[in-house]
Structures are given as structure tokens and as C-alpha cells.
Design a protein around this ligand. Structure first.
Ligand SMILES: Nc1nc2c(ncn2[C@@H]2O[C@H](COP(=O)(O)OP(=O)(O)OP(=O)(O)O)[C@@H](O)[C@H]2O)c(=O)[nH]1
Length: 492
């Protein structure tokens, strides 16, 4: 009764809400819960790698040209003095060691819009280029659009002011407008140059559109630090009144129009007689759209040696023992969710090793993590098959080393025919386990044609010998070197 008088029902809810939250009344409980939660959060390895990405890119729009006429007391009609619009920004891919995969990319990217031309024959600002960073080993497949082109990195001083992003410059070519330019007798020497892309004939644009339908594979690759490729080009700027006058004077309909009418058109005061020329002017005045492209980016790591093996075979431990890499190691399968790269640097020699997430039988049917990661070893020179000698020992569940090898070779071949046909060695890991020595002897009896290196990756035993063996294979001529073939693996 008292409650309802003092706090009418409609205030009761807000009173309850106003009570202090648990972390204010008992901060210790809150902070201990908070830290527990944080611990469980994903470490770096637990985020899945994005090694395939569809990117839609579009160049920035070109700026419109300026329609302006400069008059003076001595010149009644005046002279055109509007500058051209700037060129739209390009979309560029840049190759760098700084990124691992494509997770930092946005699916839709557009170059910067260019500035408008202004009076006194000033060119509009160049649109800002969009530079996207991609990892080394990025391969580009083209679904639609133009084939990307390599960008030469020049010092900005060597560039034409027209090309410099963010400059507002006077058009150097037409600082002084010659009187003849406004006369009927002007001849356009290179008409093509003055015609913006959007004003070109429909035939040209039709043929461009036809070819964009199919996916074209491997149109470009980014393999070196700093390498740049332009994937979408910014639109051309529209013509300002200075260039437009010259252009219109060169056209058929423009020749019949007087200088006075052209100036009126520039000022947007055309009468019915000049409709054709006026229409032409408005089309060349506006800047064109940038080019479009749909690309599929795919990452194929570049390494000298690829480590392949079943989950838990000890590949990541081995990578850590061979190189300075610190991949995540765990006693459970699929600790590795993304390829890890490690560098082995000796005085006179260096090689890169890629640790590929574990494969299981049926990976090509998307079992386990699937076999998509195998594309990362397409470019490796040497394959190191890592097998777990202790697997299936002491009545435990597991696959024998020779069966592991058979399944691995088969999965490689399912992914891509001939993928296993390259210099290979077998790393027989976990030699320290009970019964592993006997297993090794049997493995040597059953597998022929390749060298087998017994190793204990945890204790780094046998690792120097393995390093020498890998060095030899990486340095050697691939032809005639040892390969692991299915017919050389004996499985009862
Ligand atoms: N006894 C023994 N255990 C090892 C050896 N090498 C690795 N291990 C253990 O095997 C387990 C798996 O090792 P990882 O290096 O994560 O194996 P992985 O092949 O990278 O596993 P995935 O990430 O699932 O592909 C870990 O508990 C390691 O400590 C070894 O030489 N001897």
C-alpha cells in the first residue's frame, strides 16, 4: 500500500532499472568474469584465413569541364576560359609483406571523384587513387572488366601535373588562347585525343562490353614487395569551354555555327538553331565514369618447401624447429587454420617453408578443413610429407605412416593432377615415442623412391640433417630428383 502511494506503478519499472548494475555493487566479480572471458577469446591463429576474395572495383568519376567565357572592355564577345575536369582516381592493388590475407579488404571499392574544371582555364583536381594492400603471392582472376595493368612507380616530380593527385593547375598547353582558336578555320589535328571516352562511338563500347562475360584465369600476379597493379581506371575529365570550343569547331555541325553562337552555347544560352551543337557540348562537358572490374583474388603462398601431413603429425612443431617461425602448436587436430610461413637463413642460403593445415582422407570432399589450402603449395619446389610414426601404436586409434602417405598423395592428386609430381622427402616425426624405431624400419621397407628423415621435432633431433636434405633438393635441378609415387607405397 505504501509502495503504491509513494511510487505509482508507472515509476516502478524505472526504479528497478535505476538499481545499480552488478559490476558497480561488486566490482571484483565483474572484473574476474571479464578477464576469464577475454582469455577464451580468439588468439591470432583462431581467425580463419581469407585467401580467396571477390572484389568489385570502380574507378572514380571524372570531373566536369567548366563552361566559362572571359569578357573584357575591349572584347565584347569574350573568349572561352573554362578548364577541363580532372581525371578520376584509379583503384590499385599493392603487394606487401605487411598483410597475410584478404581479411582487411572491403568487397566494393571506388576511386576518388575528380574535381570540376574552373575558370581561368584551370584543370580540376585529380581524384584520389584507392590503394589496396594485398599479400605477396596474390593471383588475379578476372570476372568482368579490363585486364589489370602494371603501374610504374615514378617519382612524383616526373609526373605530368595532370596526373598528380590533388593538384589544381593551370592547363599549360593552353595558357594563351590563340585568336585563331576561335576562328572558323581551326583544324583539329588530333581529334581522337580531345574526345572523352564516353563520347566515342557506340560500336567501340559494344565490343568492349562483349568480352567481359567470362572469367579469365590468372590474368595477373603480384609476387614482389611494392609491385602495383591498376585494376580500375578513373574516368576522363569533361572538356572545359577552351577545349570544347576547339573540339566543336572541328565537328561537322560545329563548322556551320558562328563564333558568337558557340560562346552562347558555352554560357548555356543556345537557341533552337544550335540544338545539335548544344547537345554535343553537354555530352563532352561532363566527366566520364570510371572503368569497372570484378576480380577474384586468390592467394598462393610462395615457398620453397611445403610441409604436408595429417592433423597432429607435428608440422607446426617442425616449422618452429627448422625456422624462427612461432606457429601455434597444440595436442589436438586442426591447431593450424591458416598456412604459416617460416624462413631458414644460413650464411649462404635461405629458403621459405610453408606449413599447410592438416589434410585427411576425403579432404577433396570437404572433410576436415577441405583441401583449399593446397593451392598454397602449388608453387613450392619441394614437398616434405610429415608423418606421425606413433599414430596407431599401442592399440590406439590412428593411421599407419604408410597409409598416411598414400592418403596424402591421393589428396594432392585429387586437388590438382600432377601436384605430387615434384621433388619430395618424407619426414618421419615423433621418433622419440615407444615403438617408433620399429615403425621407421617398416616404413623404410614399404616406401621406396624417396629419402626418409627420422626426426623428433620437439627435441629438434634429426633437424640439422633434414635441413641439409631440404637444402640439397631446393638447390638441385628438379628433373630426375626423388618423387613420392603411389606405386612405390606398399599398403597391405
Ligand atoms: N612426442 C612427440 N610429440 C610431438 C613431436 N612433434 C610434435 N609433437 C606433438 O604433436 C602435437 C601436434 O603438433 P603440431 O605441431 O601442432 O601438429 P600439426 O601437424 O601442426 O597439427 P595441425 O595443426 O592439426 O595440422 C603437439 O602436442 C606436439 O607437442 C615429436 O617429435 N615428438
Amino acid at each position: 500500500m505504501w509502495l503504491s502511494r509513494a511510487f505509482p506503478i508507472r515509476y516502478l519499472g524505472s526504479y528497478r532499472r535505476a538499481q545499480k548494475p552488478p559490476w558497480m555493487t561488486n566490482p571484483v566479480v565483474f572484473y574476474s568474469n571479464f578477464s576469464e572471458k577475454k582469455e577464451r577469446e580468439a588468439p591470432l591463429q583462431e581467425t580463419r584465413m581469407r585467401d580467396r576474395f571477390t572484389l568489385y572495383a570502380r574507378g572514380g568519376e571524372g570531373g566536369s569541364g567548366c563552361s566559362s567565357v572571359r569578357r573584357s572592355r575591349t572584347d565584347r564577345y569574350g573568349k572561352p576560359d573554362g578548364g577541363n575536369g580532372g581525371r578520376g582516381g584509379d583503384v590499385i592493388l599493392e603487394c606487401t609483406h605487411a598483410v597475410w590475407d584478404f581479411s582487411g579488404l572491403q568487397p566494393h571499392v571506388k576511386g576518388g571523384k575528380a574535381g570540376l574544371g574552373t575558370s581561368k582555364n584551370r584543370i580540376g583536381n585529380r581524384g584520389e587513387d584507392k590503394i589496396l594492400q594485398v599479400p605477396i603471392g596474390t593471383v588475379i582472376h578476372l570476372q568482368a572488366g579490363e585486364i589489370p595493368s602494371e603501374v610504374q612507380i615514378d617519382s612524383p616530380k616526373q609526373l605530368d601535373p595532370w596526373d598528380l593527385p590533388g593538384t589544381l593547375t593551370e592547363d599549360p598547353a593552353s595558357e594563351e588562347i590563340p585568336e585563331e582558336a576561335t576562328q572558323e578555320s581551326v583544324q583539329i589535328e588530333d581529334e581522337e585525343e580531345l574526345v572523352p571516352r564516353h563520347a566515342r562511338t557506340s560500336k567501340e563500347t559494344d565490343s568492349e562490353e562483349e568480352e567481359i562475360e567470362q572469367v579469365r584465369y590468372n590474368v595477373a600476379e603480384l609476387t614482389e614487395e611494392g609491385q602495383r597493379i591498376m585494376i580500375a581506371r578513373g574516368g576522363e575529365g569533361g572538356l572545359g569551354s577552351v577545349s570544347a570550343t576547339r573540339y566543336l569547331r572541328g565537328t561537322k555541325s560545329g563548322k556551320t555555327v558562328t563564333r558568337k553562337s558557340i560562346l552562347r552555347i558555352m554560357e548555356g544560352e543556345a537557341d533552337d538553331n544550335d540544338e545539335d551543337v548544344d547537345e554535343q557540348h553537354s555530352s563532352i562537358k561532363s566527366g566520364s565514369l570510371g572503368s569497372e572490374a570484378i576480380l577474384i583474388l586468390e592467394l598462393k603462398s610462395i615457398a620453397d618447401v611445403g610441409l604436408v601431413g595429417m592433423p597432429n603429425a607435428g608440422k607446426s612443431t617442425l616449422l618452429g624447429a627448422l625456422s624462427r617461425a612461432k606457429p601455434r602448436v597444440g595436442h589436438y587436430a586442426y591447431t593450424t587454420l591458416r598456412p604459416n610461413l617460416g624462413n631458414v637463413n644460413d650464411e649462404d642460403f635461405s629458403m621459405t617453408i610453408a606449413d599447410i593445415p592438416g589434410l585427411i582422407k576425403g579432404a577433396h570432399q570437404n572433410r576436415g578443413l577441405g583441401h583449399n589450402f593446397l593451392r598454397h603449395i602449388e608453387r613450392t619446389k619441394v614437398l616434405a610429407y610429415v608423418v606421425d610414426l606413433a599414430s596407431g601404436l599401442d592399440g590406439c586409434e590412428g593411421v599407419t605412416p604408410w597409409e598416411q602417405l598414400r592418403d596424402l598423395v591421393m589428396e594432392l592428386e585429387f586437388h590438382e593432377e600432377g601436384l605430387s609430381d615434384r621433388s619430395s622427402i618424407v619426414v618421419a616425426n615423433k621418433i622419440d615415442e615407444d615403438g617408433a624405431e620399429e615403425r621407421l624400419k617398416e616404413l623404410e621397407r614399404r616406401v621406396k623412391g624417396v629419402r626418409i628423415f627420422p626426426v623428433c621435432a620437439v627435441l629438434e633431433e634429426g633437424v640439422p640433417e633434414l635441413k641439409d636434405g631440404l637444402k640439397m633438393l631446393v638447390n638441385s635441378d628438379c628433373e630426375g630428383s626423388e618423387r613420392l609415387k603411389l606405386e612405390n607405397i606398399c599398403v597391405d
